[in-house]
Design a protein around this ligand. Structure first.
Ligand code: FEO
Length: 130
């Protein structure tokens, strides 16, 4: 069973963004599965870096989309992206530089919060004109 599942509560009413969110969730699941199955730290770092890279792409694409529809919440949404990306990078850098062999529960909590509060609570606003 996969750890994170896309469901309709994450539907932002924009198909291209839903597809990108599903890819993000796939990358989160890949990282979580590798972490829980005791893979080498280097492999975990690579999976985390893949998540960072796709997150950057997704945020850029989503911001372009919001701009294309003249979404009034673009600037505040951009700031949230910046905060989220900074936190993700910071957590991965700390893990990479530290002694822990695997990511802790707080990292998983961070990913879950991302899904619950950002996609469900913020991204849905541009898709439903809120
Ligand atoms: Fe889909 Fe605002 O991130």
């Amino acid at each position: 069973m996969t750890y994170f599942e896309w469901d309709t509560s994450l539907d932002v009413n924009v198909q291209a963004m839903n597809e990108q969110h599903k890819t993000l969730i796939d990358l989160m699941n890949d990282l979580h599965t590798k972490n829980e199955s005791g893979r080498d730290k280097q492999e975990l770092i690579e999976a985390a870096e893949a998540l960072i890279a796709y997150t950057q792409k997704h945020f850029e694409d989503e911001e372009q989309y919001m701009e294309s529809i003249g979404y009034s919440g673009l600037e505040s949404h951009k700031k949230l992206h910046e905060t989220l990306l900074t936190e993700l990078v910071s957590r991965v850098e700390a893990f990479s530089a530290g002694q822990d062999p695997k990511l802790g529960d707080e990292f998983t909590t961070f990913l879950k919060t991302w899904l619950a509060t950002h996609i469900r609570g913020i991204d849905t606003k541009y898709g439903y004109g809120l």
